[in-house]
Design a protein around this ligand. Structure first.
Ligand SMILES: [Zn+2]
Length: 327
């Protein structure tokens, strides 16, 4: 296939732990893929890593920068897509008011657009994944933290300054633990992979009988959501209890979203979506018990279909849509 017949964009997904970059066309086809770790020294180190990743993804696709129509950057944290500035990011703490869009555009020499990473993934799933054909959906990504993207009448909802969709920071327990965002008792403090791992560590420190630690090589710091998943698969009672508790809290948050937005779909992505029914049978049951039954009957829960590609495809598609509007 001659990929140059279609519009092409560079999709960049900047995460707290890795940067994924790809050349993507207007039909969501991915022609190259570059991964590398996210450095945390300073803003410049992150930028240089993004540029190296971009160069590699362009080279892999055997195209030149001139053949790209635009660049789409998905970035974690609070940002304004209109100004292209990232205000702050809990997962990349060195970022404060970084003009990420314009810096990348100037360095690579191509028009760039900035979008929140979870919003990008929501668009990817809407156009090419589980949300195809839907008009009103909420995308929820559950991994280290919890992010979200809200699609209303087929359009991403940005809010007044572009920071809408931070579903992970709705308050679930007013007396809950303090979150990186400054609030207490946020949803992601109870229902994320980090919350799950932290609760396991706390219980182990308090002497709980469990095999979880064995699956982490005996090192408490190495206990992750995945370790707990493995322990459940081997019949560990505490691991099962912790998964049920996390599922319960995921369900509480989903019920809030059902009542506020009355979506036709809720799509679950992120690392914890791999746990499938082990975690989400409880989550969807609890959401169903707590929300208005009409809203529960109207919704379809689905797992994301594009996996880790939802962000790069969404960011690239966003860029291609925006450049078309400009042109
Ligand atoms: Zn928070």
């Amino acid at each position: 296939m001659n990929i140059k017949l279609k519009s092409l964009a560079l999709g960049i997904d900047v995460g707290g732990s890795k940067i994924l970059t790809a050349v993507v066309d207007s039909r969501g086809n991915v022609f190259s893929r570059d991964y590398r770790p996210t450095p945390h020294e300073d803003t410049e180190a992150v930028l240089q890593q993004i540029l190296r990743s971009s160069e590699s993804a362009i080279k892999q696709a055997v195209i030149t920068v001139e053949e790209l129509d635009a660049i789409g950057v998905g970035a974690p944290g609070i940002s304004n897509p209109r100004t292209g500035v990232v205000f702050s990011s809990p997962n990349i703490p060195c970022w404060h008011n970084v003009p990420l869009r314009d810096t990348i555009a100037a360095e690579i020499g191509k028009t760039a657009f900035l979008i929140n990473d979870a919003n990008a993934a929501a668009l990817g799933e809407l156009y090419f994944g589980a949300g195809k054909g839907a008009s009103n959906l909420i995308y929820v990504t559950i991994s280290t933290g919890i992010g979200g993207g809200i699609i209303i009448n087929g359009e991403l909802y940005y809010g007044s300054i572009g920071t809408a969709g931070e579903v992970g920071h709705m308050t679930i327990d007013v007396n809950g633990p303090r979150c990186n965002c400054g609030n207490t008792g946020c949803w992601e403090m109870f229902a994320s992979g980090t919350a799950l791992a932290n609760e396991a560590k706390r219980r182990i420190r308090n002497g709980a009988a469990t095999s979880i630690l064995d699956y982490a090589g005996g090192v408490l710091e190495k206990v992750t959501a995945r370790t707990i998943q493995t322990a459940v698969e081997h019949g560990d009672a505490l691991a099962k209890e912790l998964i049920n508790q996390t599922g319960y809290y995921i369900g509480v948050g989903l019920a809030n979203l059902l009542n506020i937005f009355n979506p036709e779909m809720i799509i679950i992505g992120g690392g914890l979506s791999n746990m499938g029914s082990m975690l989400f049978d409880t989550a969807f049951r609890v959401a169903g018990e707590r929300a208005f039954k009409e809203n529960v009957q109207a919704v379809r829960f689905a797992m994301a279909e594009l996996g880790e590609s939802s962000g790069i495809i969404g960011a690239a598609t966003y860029a291609l849509n925006e450049i078309r509007k400009k042109g």
